[in-house]
Design a protein around this ligand. Structure first.
Ligand code: E4P
Length: 217
């Protein structure tokens, strides 16, 4: 499973990218607001940090406006992936942009039928929002399972990008189901490495090693 980080905070992106485990970045208008930066400037900086796709979201809601904004965003860098909302106009723009060779990420997906349409529109990625479905009292992970089955039934190449991830359990469950990518907030990525028995075991090894009086090298 590929790992994207879900943030527009360049310091966090740099830190996680240095691990060599990062495959891409997703941003959205709320994350741009949180960064306090200009969208073009911050997106360009992010694209220079990571080699993988960087999703940048259009804010127009009509086809022509989306296409106009997509062209502006695509000029920022070669690794831009155009993020489009799951609406009729968004799907139409997705089809057109994909046919022109752009990477596309169809976002705000809350149903299997929406995901089916995004695949038919040729989306590179579909972003089902797990956490927001859980927040509404349903099971976000069920949606990932449904989309996995539908895409496998028809050999769709659209990649399932599990989004709105809030917990380490979300990451594990999405991986078990076979999501192609998870876009994960920086704090959750850091939490994935943690296990109390790892810390306890390391402390014990280091204590015993100190007693040997030896040094490596
Ligand atoms: C996905 O691309 C979105 O940016 C993100 O995952 C939304 O997450 P949220 O529901 O925590 O805002």
């Amino acid at each position: 499973m590929k790992f994207f980080v879900d943030t527009a905070d360049v310091d966090e992106i740099r830190e996680i990218n240095e691990t060599g485990l990062l495959d891409g970045v997703t941003t959205n208008p709320s994350l741009i607001l949180k960064s306090g930066r200009d969208i073009t400037e911050v997106t360009k900086e992010i694209c220079g940090i990571v080699d993988g796709p960087v999703s940048a979201e259009v804010t127009a809601t009509d086809f022509d406006g989306m296409m106009r904004e997509a062209k502006v965003l695509a000029k920022i860098a070669d690794n831009i992936c155009i993020k489009l909302p799951l609406t009729m106009d968004g799907l139409k723009a997705c089809k057109k942009l994909t046919s022109e060779g752009h990477q596309t990420n169809v976002t705000l997906c809350f149903s299997a039928n929406q995901a089916l349409l995004a695949a038919k529109a040729g989306a590179t990625y579909i972003s089902p929002f797990i956490g927001r479905i859980d927040d509404a009292g349903a099971d976000g992970m069920e949606l990932i399972e449904e989309i996995r089955s539908i895409y496998d039934n028809y050999d769709f190449e659209t990649q399932i990008l599990a989004a709105s991830i809030r917990t380490v359990m979300h990451v594990k469950e999405a991986a078990l189901i076979g999501a192609d990518v998870a876009t994960v907030p920086p704090g959750v990525i850091k939490a994935l490495v943690k296990h109390p028995l790892t810390d306890k075991g390391l402390d014990a090894f280091l204590a015993d090693w100190a007693k040997t009086g030896q040094k490596i090298g």
